[in-house]
Design a protein around this ligand. Sequence first.
Ligand code: SIN
Length: 304
Amino acid sequence: MVKTSVTLSGLTLENPVIPASGTFGYGYEFAELYDINILGSFSFKGTTKEPRFGNPTPRIAECPAGMINSVGLQNPGVEKVILEELPKLAKCFHKPVIANVSGFSVDEYAYTCEKLDKQEQVGLLEVNVSCPNVHHGGMSFGTSPEAVAEVTRAVKAVTNKPVYMKLSPNVTDIVSIAKACEEAGADGISLINTLMGMRIDLKIKRPVIANKMGGFSGSAIFPVALRMVYQVAETVKIPVMGIGGVSSAENVIEMMLAGATAVQVGAANLVDPFICKTIIEDLPRVMEKYHISDLNDIIGGAHK
Ligand code: SIN
């Protein structure tokens, strides 16, 4: 019997597999396909203070080994999430959930986090300072150590729940951004969000995506994500959730060796809605293959 459970800031997860925000709705949509209680946890759709329609269409461009999205944080707003989405989720998911929060000002991040802090099922807040698809918000907070620290401090002031800052790879020095979060009191780091990318439609000779550019995700970005998880885990003492191009149990183990305590699966859910179930089922067999009896023993193992 292998041991797959891990602990993130006091929260014990049965396994480290977590669907990433924006690829798993508010959970109940996937509960129609399988019992989502097998998941370690999941990060729900990015939520803002006000409802958002999102960006103009087309918002998606396909790429080899990945995709580009420019959704623009479409969501019903925090009030409706609390009144309508979370009660539906509570009926089918009986574990603590990760609330993913976006904002357009420091006050807005704090407002939304304070509201979600009062929700019993929310076990952890994941603060998205890395959305590349909106102006004057999202990634603009996550590309400066000062701005990311200000958001971290504002959120920490309104909650006792663990706060994980979700970072952008579109920076020259990811380590200084992660360190700024840690020094400002963050309990953990989630990384990476998507890489900026674009496609051009040869027939019309114009960008495929209405917003021209978007966030590139999928298995093509796995090596970049792994590298950044390794760099951040080497520097900070707080836990790291590894995200980016993960689509197999082998990828989960690689991320953990780089220093991740838990691992999120993103774009792969959009290709195969059963991928997290498959990864969880495969994990014990792959652990045995590589002589791993307890996942906790391999966290950061590649640094030794
Ligand atoms: C989006 O809604 O545009 C994607 C969210 C993100 O990349 O943070």
